[in-house]
Design a protein around this ligand. Structure first.
Ligand SMILES: *[C@@H]1O[C@H](CO)[C@@H](O)[C@H](O)[C@H]1NC(C)=O
Ligand SMILES: *[C@@H]1O[C@H](CO)[C@@H](O)[C@H](O)[C@H]1NC(C)=O
Length: 375
């Protein structure tokens, strides 16, 4: 009975409240704006004016590459890509190729609500990754700094970033070892450290990263064995360890990867035999073991479910014959068995019909197929 009838002004009031909320949401934290200005001051981009929108107070709405949590006004994403296709990048051509120099200021660590930090493909950003990134940015999910000239080491406490799903530092000049703490990044899905100057061993417990689906560590100076633990990564689809100095045999466990589709181990110092499990793996479509010291015979375990877009076993020390079962494979796109010590007649069958002599060149005593009749 006492309940008041809604006054005709109520909808208007509600509308006014929403308006206030929306404009409050747009306001940029003053401390974050200061941090952004300090980040900008350490960088220099002369041709595109990438930072020309970074004026005034509305850093959440108007500043190129910046976005905020709408409820707090705190900066959540900083994304500047030198090869983006945004209008601001148009003067850099298509595909765009922007250039930025300078360094990554420690001020980035004051953006302590940051969920993604992406400064990619600017070619000239140098200096180290501020180590405070690992300790001051607990909400970070994406850290992508590829295609620059970053030096120094990966911050030792990188493992503190418990929410990190993507770590991409490819194509820089980063040196030192991969910190062991990396194995505590329980959410990590994509790890790309390709083409740096990393040394030392691959952390033995890398297989702890249960969510990992891509691990790209090629083109570094990593040594020691391929960790056996990698075989327990049930989501691992792409593993690239090529062009390093890895030694010892390929762990049998790798072949049991349920979703493994590509495995690049070329140009290392890998020895031992090819695990049969690897060639039996039905999902593996790209296998490159080229330029190693792999020995023994090629396991004769191919089936009509074998489907290889690339099977490159060239430049090893393989002996024995070309396995008969390879003739029953559903598909072999690119086969390279050259520069080994294979002998005997090349089997006949559809997978071999399109191959030329190069696939089998420089072996001990192969004959048949594209090499011509056996004597
Ligand atoms: C296999 O890896 C080696 C070494 O990285 C590389 O030179 C070769 O081109 C690769 N093979 C294929 C077919 O991509
Ligand atoms: C593959 O081989 C199995 C057993 O050797 C056979 O039962 C099956 O019909 C074959 N499948 C195809 C598509 O040829």
């Amino acid at each position: 009975m006492a309940s008041p009838a809604p006054s005709p002004a109520a909808p208007l009031l509600a509308f006014a409240t929403i308006t206030v909320l929306v404009s409050a949401a747009a306001a940029c934290s003053a401390a974050d704006r200061d941090a952004l200005l300090a980040i900008r001051a350490a960088l220099s981009e002369a041709h595109l004016g990438v930072f020309s929108s970074w004026t005034g107070t509305e850093c959440c709405t108007n500043w190129y590459g910046v976005s905020c949590d709408p409820t707090t006004g705190r900066v959540a994403d900083l994304t500047l890509r030198g090869e983006a296709e945004d209008p601001v990048m148009a003067p850099a051509g298509r595909p765009a190729s922007g250039v930025m120099s300078g360094y990554i200021s420690d001020a980035v660590c004051r953006l302590d609500r940051l969920s993604s930090l992406i400064l990619a493909d600017w070619k000239q950003i140098s200096g180290p990754i501020p180590s405070c990134v690992a300790t001051s940015l607990p909400y970070l999910r994406i850290l992508e700094l590829p295609g620059n000239r970053l030096t120094g080491e990966i911050p030792q406490s990188i493992g503190s970033l418990s929410r990190l799903t993507v770590l991409n530092l490819a194509d820089n000049l980063i040196s030192g070892a991969i910190p062991c703490s990396i194995t505590s990044l329980a959410s990590l899905k994509h790890l790309d450290l390709t083409n740096n100057q990393l040394t030392g061993r691959i952390p033995a417990d890398l297989g702890n990263l249960a969510m990992l689906s891509r691990a790209l560590l090629g083109w570094n100076r990593l040594s020691g064995p391929i960790p056996t633990s990698l075989g327990s990564l049930t989501r691992l689809a792409d593993l690239d360890l090529s062009e390093n100095k890895l030694t010892d045999a390929i762990p049998d466990s790798l072949g049991s990867g349920h979703v493994l589709t590509s495995l690049y181990l070329g140009s290392n110092r890998i020895s031992g035999r090819i695990p049969a499990s690897l060639l039996q793996n039905k999902g593996l479509g790209i296998l490159n073991l080229s330029r190693n010291a792999v020995e023994g015979s090629i396991p004769d375990v191919f089936t009509n479910q074998s489907y290889f877009m690339v099977l490159d076993l060239s430049r090893n020390r393989l002996t024995g014959t070309v396995p008969r079962s390879l003739a029953s494979a559903a598909y072999v796109g690119h086969l390279d068995l050259s520069h080994n010590r294979l002998c005997g007649s090349i089997p006949a069958g559809p997978p071999f019909d399109h191959l030329d002599a190069e696939s089998f060149a420089s072996n001990s005593c192969l004959c048949g197929g594209p090499l011509g009749k056996c004597k």
